[in-house]
Write a protein that binds this ligand. Structure first.
Ligand SMILES: O=P(O)(O)OC[C@H]1O[C@H](OP(=O)(O)OP(=O)(O)O)[C@H](O)[C@@H]1O
Ligand SMILES: Nc1ncnc2[nH]cnc12
Length: 172
């Protein structure tokens, strides 16, 4: 199935110059949604993944059904101030200013095998921060899987130490 046909492109959202990849049109299509989850799950077979980590919020939508399908647990990585128990925070630079992500300190045990799943790889900042959080807790990032890659933003270069797979690549 060609999943790229199910993704809607919205020009100049949320800002002028951005061509936004809207995955809601894929998610609402039952065959496409099933195919996406099954394909991502198949990429993880044989890796003995204990935990799928998904960054807020589209990483929850894509990561949770894959975790269920492969029989792994799910751990959310959230934007600051959302998680109620003791957290670890990772701050990272944006083009202008800083951003941060948080994970519960007890969410991952040392030595657990972890896959990160998100909808889209742009600059790679979100998922690199997510990988750093997992590693700070002693987890091993065995795979990073995306539905979409915006190759022209070169996020893969930031993730060169990891096993990265994507289902749909946009070159411009
Ligand atoms: O590779 P990067 O440059 O880090 O960008 C990719 C991230 O940006 C989007 O999330 P966003 O922060 O817009 O949050 P949302 O999922 O809540 O919409 C997307 O879902 C990825 O997580
Ligand atoms: N072009 C884009 N479309 C959808 N989500 C994004 N996150 C970062 N860039 C994006």
């Amino acid at each position: 199935m060609d999943l790229s046909k199910k993704i809607r492109e919205i020009q100049d959202f949320p800002k002028e110059g951005i061509n936004f990849k809207d995955i809601t049109t894929l998610l609402q299509d039952k065959e496409a949604f099933t195919y996406m989850v099954d394909t991502l799950a198949a990429q993880l077979k044989d890796l003995n993944v204990d935990i799928v980590v998904g960054p807020e919020s589209r990483g929850f939508i894509v990561g949770v059904p894959v975790a269920y399908k492969i029989g792994a647990g799910f751990v959310p990585v959230r934007k600051p101030g959302k998680l109620p128990a003791e957290i670890v925070r990772y701050e990272y630079e944006l083009e202008y200013g800083k951003d941060a992500l948080e994970i519960h300190r007890d969410a991952i045990q040392p030595g657990q095998k972890v896959a990160i799943i998100d909808d889209l790889l742009a600059t790679g900042g979100t998922v690199l921060a997510t990988a750093k959080l997992i590693e700070e807790l002693g987890g091993e990032v065995v795979s990073i899987n995306f539905l979409i890659e915006l190759a022209f933003l070169k996020g893969r270069e930031k993730l060169s130490n990891y096993n990265v797979k994507t289902l749909i690549t946009y070159h411009d």
